[in-house]
Write a protein that binds this ligand. Structure first.
Ligand code: ADP
Length: 402
């Protein structure tokens, strides 16, 4: 089954075309990225598996035009991988926010679309773009089944005492303010993959998954279900990220509003775009630059790094307490998969939890699955590569087959 996976952002869209034969039997045919949708000049970077990247620069006024360009390329005699659009059996969309409506991936119909619309208020940058993608596919490939896969749905199993904020209850009733969590597709995927990799039974396991990338979140997965997660109502909560501040005393916000004369959008930009590793280091939001800076004596980069490690460590401690024990820690995402120093520093001092970290095994592990603890360690630590597009393609295949 040929599946087109679409991840539409506000001014960009990523795509992959996968030939799915089974959950673990698949091949990636092509992938790419459309950037600067709506700008004077848009950029489409397309890559057929095994070939060099091919780049087109031209105006791409909206998502429909962006998807049209992608579909043209996919069926192009020189750069394509399909004979005709009819070869695409289904389209899977990454949808940022499913609110309290969606516990799992679903086939798209008008009811689903109207619920995704209702969640636009909760994800104003992402859900409208996701809907544009769904409507564009409807127009360009009428009748092709579409599936929505939500970033939030895996976390819908959290108990109320974990997802509620201690603000007046009326704001939950009125605005649905609560913790939703994000990166659910990745957390679910790596928890299962880590269990398959180590032979652990997910139904009898207490796992902490650390998805560490530009955006980072940490999830407590008990018996295969998300019971708590560090991102909240928005992706700004949790550990320090590339440019997001993570946890902060809410009082700082009202203080800065007054002192710096900031309105809501100023505060939003401050917390989401100017904080985190970038804000503290005054150097970069990129973990590699921070590591280099710290290694060459930049004190602020070193501080940003320490704050990140310490923040992750505290989540591990609190989630182990929340679950009443711990069997496995999983590192994934650009930082989790590639940064051995992050994994080592986070795990340092966790011996009391039963972590017998193997520094030698950890060193040099980049972009591959590996066990990072010594034989006999009570808690297993692993690096696991994530693949959100594969999960979207799998869910799409399985739902369409049904
Ligand atoms: P996103 O959240 O946008 O999907 P990624 O998961 O790709 O981001 O993660 C990007 C982060 O991963 C960046 O901070 C980058 O510096 C970091 N990263 C990638 N490779 C390495 C590496 N070899 N060492 C340390 N950090 C890395």
């Amino acid at each position: 089954m040929i599946i087109l996976v679409l991840n539409c952002g506000s001014s960009s869209l990523k795509y992959q075309v996968l030939d799915m034969k089974g959950d673990n039997d698949y091949s990636l045919l092509a992938k790419g990225l459309v950037e600067r949708i709506g700008d004077k000049v848009g950029i489409l970077t397309h890559q057929v598996t095994g070939s060099d990247k091919y780049k087109i620069e031209k105006p791409i006024p909206d998502h429909t035009e962006g998807i049209k360009s992608v579909l043209n390329l996919l069926t192009d005699s020189q750069h394509g991988v399909l004979k005709s659009l009819k070869d695409i059996d289904a389209v899977g969309h990454r949808v940022a926010h499913g609110g309290e409506y969606f516990f799992c991936s679903v086939a798209v119909n008008e009811d689903v679309i109207s619920k995704i619309e209702k969640c636009c208020e909760l994800a104003p940058l992402h859900n409208p773009a996701n809907l544009l993608g769904i409507r564009a596919v409807e127009n360009l490939m009428p009748g092709t089944p579409q599936v929505a896969v939500f970033d939030t749905s895996f976390h819908q199993t959290m108990p109320d005492y974990a997802y509620m904020y201690a603000i007046p209850y009326e704001y939950y009733d009125k605005y649905k303010i609560r913790r939703y969590g994000f990166h659910g597709t990745s957390h679910k995927y790596v928890a299962q993959k880590a269990c398959d990799f180590t032979g652990m039974d997910i139904d009898k396991s207490k796992i902490i998954t650390c998805h560490l990338g530009n955006g980072s979140s940490i999830t407590a997965v008990k018996n295969g279900k998300s019971v708590d997660t560090s991102m909240g109502f928005t992706p700004v909560e949790g550990v320090a990220m590339g440019t997001r501040c993570g946890n902060i005393d809410a009082g700082v916000i009202t203080f800065l509003e007054e002192k710096e004369h900031l309105n809501a959008s100023g505060i939003n930009a401050l917390l989401n775009k100017k904080s985190g590793l970038l804000g503290v280091s005054e150097l970069s939001s990129d973990c590699r630059d921070i590591e280099e800076g710290a290694a060459s004596g930049n004190a602020k980069a070193a501080l940003a790094q320490e704050m990140l490690y310490y923040g992750i460590k505290k989540y591990i401690g609190s989630y182990a307490a929340a679950m009443g024990g711990l069997d496995m820690i999983v590192f994934t995402g650009g930082i989790g998969e590639n940064s051995s120093i992050t994994r080592e520093q986070v795990c340092e001092g966790l011996e009391f939890l039963g972590v017998d970290f193997d520094k030698d095994a950890n060193r040099g592990v980049r972009g591959k699955d590996a066990i990072l603890t010594k034989k006999g360690s009570k808690v297993t630590v692993v690096a696991i590569t994530t693949n959100e597009e594969l999960v979207i393609a799998r869910d799409t295949m399985n739902i369409v087959k049904k």
